[in-house]
Design a binder for this molecule. Sequence first.
Ligand SMILES: *[C@@H]1O[C@H](CO)[C@@H](O)[C@H](O)[C@H]1NC(C)=O
Ligand SMILES: *[C@@H]1O[C@H](CO)[C@@H](O)[C@H](O)[C@H]1NC(C)=O
Ligand SMILES: *[C@@H]1O[C@H](CO)[C@@H](O)[C@H](O)[C@H]1NC(C)=O
Length: 865
Amino acid sequence: KQMLLWSCLRSHICCYLSPFFFFFSFFNLQVVNGIEIYSMKIDSKITSRFAHNVITSRAVNRGNVHKEVFFDVELPKTAFITNFSMTIDGVTYPGTIKEKEVAKKQYEKAVSKGQTAGLVKASGRKTEKFTVSVNIEAASKVTFELTYEELLKRQFGKYEMFIKVKPKQLVKDFEIEVNIFEPQGITELEAEGTFITNDLQNIIKKTFSDKKGHISFRPTLDQQRTCANCSQSVLDGDFTVRYDVKRTAPDDLQIVNGYFVHFFAPTNLPKLPKNVIFVIDISGSMSGREIQQTREALLKILDDIKEDDFFNFILFGSEVQTWKETLIKATPENLDEARKFVRGIDTAGMTNLHGGIMRGIDMLNAAHERNLVHKRSASIIIMLTDGQPNVGKFEIQEHVKKAIEGKYPLYNLGFGYGVDYSFLEKMALENKGLARRIYPDSDAALQLQGFYDEVSNPMLTDIELNYPENEISDLTKNSFKHFYDGSEIVVAGRFIDNNQNHLTVDVRGEGANDALSYTTQQDAQQTDKAFQEQEYIFGDYIERLWAYLTIEQLLEKRIAATGEEKENLTAKALDLSLKYKFVTPLTSMVVTKPEDYNNQDGIADKPIEGIDIFKILLYLRIDGDPHFIISVPQKEDAICFNINENPGAVLNLINDPVTGITVNGELIGDKRANSDAKIQNTYFGKLGIANKHLDLKLTVTPEKITIQNGNEKTGFTWLDSVTLQQEGLTLIINRKKNLVLSMGSSASFVIVLHQVWKKHPLHQDFLGLYTLESDKLSEQTHGLLGQFFHPIDFTILEIHPGSDPKKPDATMIVKNNELTVTRGWQKDYRRDPKHGVDIPCWFVHNNGAGLIDGVHTDYIVSSLF
Ligand SMILES: *[C@@H]1O[C@H](CO)[C@@H](O)[C@H](O)[C@H]1NC(C)=O
Ligand SMILES: *[C@@H]1O[C@H](CO)[C@@H](O)[C@H](O)[C@H]1NC(C)=O
Ligand SMILES: *[C@@H]1O[C@H](CO)[C@@H](O)[C@H](O)[C@H]1NC(C)=O
């Protein structure tokens, strides 16, 4: 992997392949390149949990020719960008918020004029990346300014804000400054950085008193160095601020300029007993590390279950099995027995998710009907799966909704990338719960446990916050199934009469011992008084907080909606996003760069989760013949082979029964057959990528690109520049070069167009295929290329002279076979389309015999789909 990237960085194919590579390669060279970032400031103002952050970066081109300067930052996924501007030599170029389609057209126009454009895409666990670049003249200066806003959520008794810090070079003037104003008063304030060493700890200045908190972090150049004379920066990681507010009452109501916000977080309530059903996927795809991590997490969770709680485990593979027939009280003996059961959980069969979840709901319903569990208790279903259900998703959603009837929240945890996350999310949201992704890393058990901790202390059920209907409009969500200790409920709304400055709220909920019911009120003068000492507060923050919360909830509702309702929700969310200038999934920010510098257009999007172009684990390259090249990162080497078949043959390249993805390629030959040669040159002339689960088919030829979505067909040519984003599909066509495709939350592909000279006597245009994030495909993935997504190892012995003196032969031990292989240099035509560049690899003869599973003809299929 490393080697591939490096060989890529040394050349310019990166830019040719994709703008992402270009940006990546740049940073390894930027200091040499003469660009100096001399100032970087992150200024954060938090008022009543609403954070307004401005990142300003200033750079100068110290070189003597014009240079591309990049600005890239990572933002929390929960944040919305609200402004971006660039100032070059004193002239400011502002960003404007547009509806996504409009913005795309503008962007495409720039691209079709042959101008490169900075596109923002890539997202991580908690963050997404924003990238913009601009070309500046020698000795010129540029200032980038990005603003984003977010509502901080309370979790485990604290509000947390993190700032991703990664300047990538030493910055003369680096500063993080956070100012917090909380009218209720601040009780604690912490700041820490994952990169902060003991030496740096005392550079963080932290003070708070009453309503105000202040944090600043200003390391000098020397303090930023990784070692005394090093030029590398230690600043690389998360800078996190945590605080909590004083609570003299459960409610805090704030009224400003015709809007109100209500923060509700009662403390000192007794905890409710809870009834938890764990519905766990034990299908075959969970085997290995996933099931191991699941067992580990469940054992930890069992340690935290309280004696008053009831619980049970339901496992689903092909069959559904339950630990106990009914919910069981968490006595020490039962917990011990449960531990034994959990240790014995093993994988088996398919994904009978439907059976598993329905059994769980039935069991919980029965427990309530038979009064087996406490009358005053909170019931929860937590489902964990890493796959896709084996029967209709729509039916499952219908059945689950009907069986739960809003009685308890359903929490769906999607393990890894093989899950149909949107299915899980929709089902959870329809049932008052939420979905969470569990990333398949070494800390997966901790992630699972962390989720459980969030919901492990219910204090109230059926919470309703009611405001006088005739006084308030555009209220955000005001009824909640559960309230968990350490969290907070936030409701915002607008007064019908803009001048109204008084509000009464009626609070109801069900607690452990009795019902909660009271009325509380607030007037604007009280808010005014609380805010008196505050000068930096932005006056309309409650209105913006209301808009943020409303958009967030509309977008969430949209996930579970269909038809006209969905259209209405979309229209409303779009309208608010434009009005309040939030970059949401429905809007984009367009920055028109100055005429003198190529008139590039940049575009800021909320990225689609899952596109991470750096994750090329291996690749397939096709030139002249279908040469398959399998990189073996741990060996820093590659294996290659050819498949010699006749034009017209269709080969199965990738087939993943779990994600439903298939990639097939059809061979084409030269314009006329070479009568002298025994083996004819072939190329891939047509690629077919299908996702069965999404009912999606993409056909690519050197002439055109066709998408079939159900019965709907859309066509493009390679002359188009397109960024298409619809449910389950993202397609970017980079005119005459390549296209990037990602389907659902699964793997992404890049198809490269190879064009030969039009009047070439022999050759025709053909295609190359690259897979990105192949780790998102399941372990059951197969196919000529797909089988190599699983780690492969080989040993080379007895290197000896072969028939060609320049190409030694050797014995390769691979998959328990002993093969004679030849050191070859496959031509890579990407960098130099005319002459190609040699890439060393071990060539396996006879159509990959002994390396591939079975024989190559096993992979011939009857048609592209
Ligand atoms: C965006 O930022 C620019 C530069 O600071 C500023 O001039 C402009 O007023 C801002 N726009 C909004 C809507 O805040
Ligand atoms: C750092 O560089 C200075 C000047 O070149 C040199 O005198 C000093 O010994 C170096 N320090 C370290 C720790 O290498
Ligand atoms: C959608 O909005 C239109 C116009 O405001 C309204 O007439 C219609 O009832 C709405 N439909 C739904 C399903 O909410």
